[in-house]
Design a protein around this ligand. Structure first.
Ligand SMILES: Cc1cc2nc3c(=O)[nH]c(=O)nc-3n(C[C@H](O)[C@H](O)[C@H](O)COP(=O)(O)OP(=O)(O)OC[C@H]3O[C@@H](n4cnc5c(N)ncnc54)[C@H](O)[C@@H]3O)c2cc1C
Ligand code: FES
Length: 283
């Protein structure tokens, strides 16, 4: 198998695809909480993706891609045996893994894959690890078995109650607190609104909480300034200072606003790409 080659591909649910990529050198160095930058073809945009499951002996890295626009659409159309133009990384600072006591790891949507290696690292450090994974409905619950294996206890929530506990991940977290679970550390990865609400809840109970931010990134090496975020009133670059930050200090409203900055351009690029696919021009 060649470097950057796709060894395995599976559609986990509509619009969410899992890839295992053969990148032995990268996998040797990668740690939970870091990310990579992918480029499908030589003309393609650089796309940041979180590091998911690591199979170090096989040299395989799992990434889970949600199709939201042109570049992610291009990636999910790649097939086993094809090679990514480049896979850069590992980038960013690994998640701080300490002996905290009881940890809750929370994942929503494509935030579920990166909490898997974090849960495993926390467990290896001797912590009790409770997982909470949330999705809009049953069909969108992904990687449940992998997360069950990685945690001591796993709660699944769906917004519509079609599977697991009805409600948001924050409802499951509130229930754990109400049931008297003494939580020492929370790690949450998912949509900005989810990370914001988890942080608001844990702030009330003074529980240390970290989140993994996903601002728009370009170079991923601290040079372009595209990934600026405000943390405790200070400007930080998510690619080199993060992507993990103290959730109680993040300016989530600014992050939401900055993520929406190029929406009209992104929509046009996606629509044009889908139209090209429809008439048979894939790349
Ligand atoms: C550290 C990090 C880890 C990530 N991990 C994953 C992952 O594991 N799986 C996954 O599916 N997605 C992940 N993302 C998000 C992914 O990079 C974006 O969804 C992707 O860049 C969108 O590209 P697009 O051209 O398909 O969509 P676009 O049409 O460009 O945008 C669609 C939406 O994605 C947001 N977006 C656009 N470009 C970026 C960018 N460079 N960085 C972040 N958001 C962007 C926009 O605000 C917009 O709302 C991660 C982002 C970061 C920063
Ligand atoms: S992505 Fe350019 S500075 Fe972070």
């Amino acid at each position: 198998m060649e470097n950057n080659e796709i060894a395995y591909k599976e559609e986990l649910c509509p619009k969410i695809t899992m890839f295992k990529i053969y990148v032995p050198e990268l996998v040797k160095k990668a740690n939970a909480g870091q990310f990579i930058i992918l480029r499908a073809y030589d003309h393609s945009e650089r796309i940041p993706m979180s590091i998911g499951h690591l199979e170090r002996e096989k040299g395989l890295l799992t990434v889970v891609v949600m199709e939201v626009g042109m570049s992610t659409a291009e990636i999910v159309r790649m097939e086993v045996g094809e090679k990514f133009q480049d896979v850069v990384g590992p980038l960013g600072v690994p998640t701080h893994v300490n002996k905290y006591g009881t940890c809750v790891v929370i994942g929503g949507g494509v935030g579920i894959p990166p909490i898997n290696p974090i849960a495993r690292a926390l467990k290896a450090e001797g912590n009790k690890v409770i997982g909470i994974i949330g999705a809009r409905n049953k069909d969108l619950v992904i990687l449940e078995d992998l997360l069950k294996e990685a945690t001591d206890d796993l709660v699944v929530t769906t917004d519509d109650g079609s599977y697991g506990m009805k409600g948001f991940v924050t409802d499951a977290l509130q229930k754990l607190i109400d049931d008297g679970e003494k939580i020492d550390f929370v790690m949450a990865i998912g949509p900005v609104i989810m990370m914001k609400n988890v942080s608001k809840l844990t702030e009330k109970y003074d529980i240390e909480t970290w989140v993994s931010l996903n601002p728009i990134m370009v170079d991923g090496t601290g040079m372009c300034g595209g990934c600026r975020v405000t943390i405790g009133g200070e400007t930080k670059f998510a690619c080199v200072d993060g992507p993990d930050f103290d959730g109680h200090k993040v300016d989530f409203d600014e992050l939401t606003q900055r993520q929406r900055m190029y929406l009209p351009q992104e929509k046009k690029a996606y629509d044009d790409y889908l139209e090209h696919c429809r008439i048979g021009l894939k790349k």
